[in-house]
Design a protein around this ligand. Sequence first.
Ligand SMILES: *Cc1c(COP(=O)(O)O)cnc(C)c1O
Length: 385
Amino acid sequence: MPTSMPDMTDARNWFADVSDSRRRRFLASRREGVLIHVDGQVLVNFASNDYLGLSNHEAVCMGAQGALADGVGSGASRLVSGDHPMLHRLEEKLAAWKGYEACMIVGSGMLANLGLLQTLANRHTHLFSDRLNHASLVDGARLSGAATHRFKHLDTEQLDQLLNKHSAKHRIILSDGIFSMDGDASDACRLLELAENHDALLVIDDAHGIGCMGPDGKGITASCDIAKQSRLIEVGTFGKAFGGYGAFILGNCEMIEGLRQRQRSMIYSTALPVALITAAETSLVLIQRGKERQQLQQNLAQFKQLTAKLGFMDSYSPIQPLMIGSDEQALSLATKLRDAGFFVPAIRPPTVPEGTARLRFTITASHSSEQIEQLSCCLKGLLEK
Ligand SMILES: *Cc1c(COP(=O)(O)O)cnc(C)c1O
C-alpha cells in the first residue's frame, strides 16, 4: 500500500521553489488595541483594516458577549434553522441606512462576491471588470463561467468602448469602491451612468469604503443619483470598518429575493453567529454617530500632511501605499520599520502587479497623534538614507 502523498507536482505546482522574497508569511500575532505583539516585540499596528477601532470597542464587545449567553454557533444554514430574527433586523437597518430596498447578510465578503457572481451571471453574460478588482470579484467571475473583459484601472473611457463593442443582452460592470492595494476610489457615479447608458448592471464592492468614506460614512456610492440605483448592487463587509466579521449585499427587492432563493454561498453555509450580528448592529450605531470617523479623518489629514513629500500614492482613503518597486527593497524597508517599532506590511506580487511592491500603511481612528508623528519621522529618516 502506498503511504506517501500522490505526486501532484505537475497538477498543482504546490512544491515548486518559492524564493524567499516571494514566500507568503503568516505571522502569528496578538492584537491589543492599536498595538500588535509579534515575535516577542510590541509594535504599533499600521496594517489593520479596523479603520474605526471598533473591533475592540467596549460597546461592540459587550453586545457580542451578551448574545453569547445563547451559544456560539448558529447551528445550521439560514435556509434550515440558522435564520435568527437579528439577521433580518440588521438587514433592514443596513438597507435603510444605505438607501436600498433590501439587503442580504452572508458569511464574508469573499463568499458574498463568489456567490453573487455565480448567481447573477452565466456563460451568456459579459462581465466588465477593473483590472485591479479584489480577488473575490475575479474568482466570482471565473466561477460564473461568464466572458470577462478587463479594463484599465479606473479607465471609464475604455470601459465605455468595451461596452460599445460587446453588446450581449446581459452585461455587468464590476468594480471595487475603494481599491484595497492602491487606496484610490472608482468613480461610482460615472460607472452608474455608463451602466444606465448601456443598460447593464453595476456591482460595486465597497468593502473598504462603507463605514468610513463618503457622506455620513455611507461609502463612495452615497453621492450618486438614487434614481439609477435599481441597476446598482453593492457589497459591504463587517470585517473592516465594522470591526467584526461577515458581509452583506444591497439591492432592490427583486434582486435580493432572487439571491435569497439561489445564492449557493449563503444557502450551503452555516449562518453567521448571532454574537457577530449583534456586534455589527452596535457598530452600525457607532458609525452613524460618526465620532470615530471624525477621528479617522483627523488622523489621516495629519499623516498626509507629515508625509506629503515622501512620494506616497494618491489616496484619500485610510489605505496609504508607498510605491517601492522591488520586492527586496520593500521587504528591507518593512524590516527597518519593524525594528523601529512599527508594523507595516510589504505588499508584493502576485498580490500586486510585478515590479510594484509597496509598503501599505493603514491609518485608523485608534492611532494617537504621537504615533503618527513618530512613524512619519522614522520613515522620513529611512527614506533619506
Ligand atoms: C476585504 C475585501 C473583501 C473580502 O471581505 P471579507 O469579509 O474579508 O471576506 C472583498 N472585497 C474587497 C474589495 C475587500 O477589500
